[in-house]
Design a protein around this ligand. Structure first.
Ligand SMILES: Nc1ncnc2c1ncn2[C@@H]1O[C@H](COP(=O)(O)OP(=O)(O)OP(=O)(O)O)[C@@H](O)[C@H]1O
Length: 230
């Protein structure tokens, strides 16, 4: 059976500068359902760029990108947009919650945008089960201003999970949080892998990286799996 995600020879060159700069230089990566991996590397090494390529926000200049066995590296933007909403959930350092909406309404927005209007009852069930999955169902009616940073990030994770993505891409999701709160956020992300979701975490936090199944280092555009990560 093919991997969920398989990248080979991915190259990305930044142009528009005096000297073109190779950010990703023949990157290879594979991820199966239910697996987790951390991408680490110094600031500016290209981790977010790689995540953007994987999440189809950006395209590689060369190389192969297969999703469930199908080459998608050069698909048109309309198909990429459909795949983004059907296959991927995104979590960022900033939570991007709408402050005038409750937690439940923020999560429901992902269903409205991605799949049209689901019947109200179905929408409610899915929103509540996503909030439960990240341990904050009791905050369904709260607004972001009344929540801690960790709670807001868990709302953002519930918003990513509510469409039942196959892959979660998390870019420094604990960057704005203290260690203890960050741990709860990583717990919530890892919980999704137990029901088959693949997880890619970009992080500067060694402890959080060590909780992933594998760690990959991005150095000078080259991605290497760290041996004996645990
Ligand atoms: N649109 C862009 N235009 C010009 N340079 C860019 C652009 N996007 C990224 N870069 C440069 O590409 C390099 C890689 O950036 P990227 O954000 O992927 O690194 P990163 O490893 O995620 O960094 P950090 O850990 O600080 O978030 C950086 O030097 C950055 O300045």
């Amino acid at each position: 059976m093919s991997s969920l995600i398989e990248l080979a020879g991915i190259t990305k060159v930044l142009k528009g500068q005096e000297q073109p700069r190779t950010i990703l230089d023949g990157v290879g990566l594979s991820l199966d359902a239910g697996q987790s991996l951390a991408i680490v590397g110094r600031s500016g090494s290209g981790k977010s760029t790689l995540l953007s390529v994987i999440g189809l926000f950006d395209r590689a200049d060369s190389g192969s990108y297969r999703l469930e066995g199908q080459e998608i590296g050069r698909i048109p933007e309309r198909r990429a947009a459909r795949l983004r909403s059907s296959h991927f959930g995104f979590v960022f350092q900033r939570f991007f919650l709408l402050k005038h909406l409750t937690a439940a309404q923020n999560v429901a927005m992902a269903l409205v945008n991605g799949q049209g209007w689901l019947p109200r009852r179905q929408r409610r069930t899915r929103v509540m089960s996503a909030l439960e999955e990240v341990g904050i169902a009791h905050l369904a009616k709260s607004r972001p201003a009344k929540m801690s940073g960790g709670e807001q990030q868990r709302v953002a994770i519930a918003r990513a999970l509510v469409r039942d993505p196959k892959i979660l891409l998390a870019d420094e999701p604990t960057g704005a949080l203290d260690t203890e709160t960050g741990t709860l956020v990583i717990d919530a992300l890892l919980a999704a892998t137990s029901r088959g979701c693949g997880l890619i975490l970009v992080t500067h936090d060694r402890d959080h990286a060590a909780r992933m199944g594998r760690i990959h280092d991005l150095v000078d555009g080259v991605l290497n799996e760290r041996v004996a990560a645990r």
